[in-house]
Design a protein around this ligand. Structure first.
Ligand code: NDP
Ligand code: 8X3
Length: 252
């Protein structure tokens, strides 16, 4: 029987690569994000390339009403959700706390923390009813480390780390597996978003080293969900070979 997955934030980067990787192994998909044209384009290409069913839900995970309106009643064929990938997220800005922008803080905390909770509450209830499932949370090395200028993003990813552990505990009795993946640098639209569209600044983050790709993280997700049902991969840290942690990297 084919399986069903939801990937939040599938319009670019890790989420898009994950949608492709899951379609490739036969998952029917619900892909979400706010950029409707990108969702439509991805749906079309996944359906034609892999012959799977793909539905798009265009909404903002920060809005609890939009989450409910889109996720409570899922499209036909998605009565059971086998895998939820909580991927939608962002960093906004890079400065000391006294210089922080309140809009940036709201965006990070509302997306990376509250958005994950809104989505998980609704989908976990469906998983409980169905007798199981697998939740994959995209955390970050910023979930266990804190670096200068990144306090609020790090706080939001520390929250993701705590939520992943809490989900595992709370869902033990329901047979729902929970995996947190904590990547280092992945070249996506992440830095472009963090620097509010400044491409030069964004590109400079990756100059001199070979960062991870969205596909690297998608491969890791596929490996974790393909483990036998009695195995739960709780946490995975994935780093570029030229980066040791948030502070040390080797640029050529
Ligand atoms: P991208 O910017 O390429 O992708 C982010 C995705 O999240 C987009 O699809 C975006 O869709 C979606 N998204 C953002 N805000 C919202 C929102 N309010 N509502 C719905 N969807 C939203 O970055 P990445 O692929 O790198 O980021 C994916 C995840 O990986 C994030 O949680 C990030 O924190 C994490 N991460 C990234 C790392 C990196 O170095 N790139 C390292 C470690 C973790 P849209 O704009 O269409 O709404
Ligand atoms: C993204 C990686 O090091 O920019 O989560 O925080 S980092």
């Amino acid at each position: 029987m084919s399986k069903n997955a939801i990937v939040t934030g599938a319009t670019s980067g890790i989420g898009e690569a994950t949608a492709i990787a899951l379609a490739e192994i036969g998952y029917n998909l619900i892909i979400t994000g706010r950029r409707v044209e990108r969702l439509r384009h991805l749906k079309k290409s996944l359906e034609s390339e892999f012959g799977v069913q793909v539905e798009t839900l265009c909404f903002d995970v920060r809005d609890k009403h939009q989450c409910a309106a889109n996720l409570e009643n899922l499209p036909n064929g998605f009565e059971r959700i086998d895998v939820l990938v909580n991927n939608a997220g962002l960093a906004a800005g890079l400065e000391h706390i006294d210089q922080g922008d309140l809009h940036d803080w709201d965006a990070m905390i509302d997306t990376n923390v509250k958005g994950v909770l809104y989505v998980t509450r609704i989908i976990s209830r469906k998983m409980i009813e169905a007798g199981g499932g697998h939740i994959v949370n995209i955390g970050s090395i910023a979930g266990t480390e804190t670096y200068e200028n990144g306090a609020v993003y790090c706080a939001s990813k520390h929250a993701m780390h705590a939520l992943s552990q809490g989900m595992h505990i709370d869902f033990l009795r329901h047979g729902i597996r929970v995996t947190e993946i904590r990547p280092g640098m992945v070249e996506t639209e992440f830095s472009l978003v963090r620097f509010h569209g400044n491409k030069e600044k964004a590109d400079s983050v990756y100059t001199g080293l070979e960062p991870l790709t969205g596909e690297d993280i998608a491969d890791t997700i596929v490996w974790a969900i393909n483990q036998p049902p009695h195995v739960n991969i709780s946490e995975i840290v994935v780093m570029p070979n030229q980066q040791a942690n948030a502070y040390y990297n080797y640029k050529k």
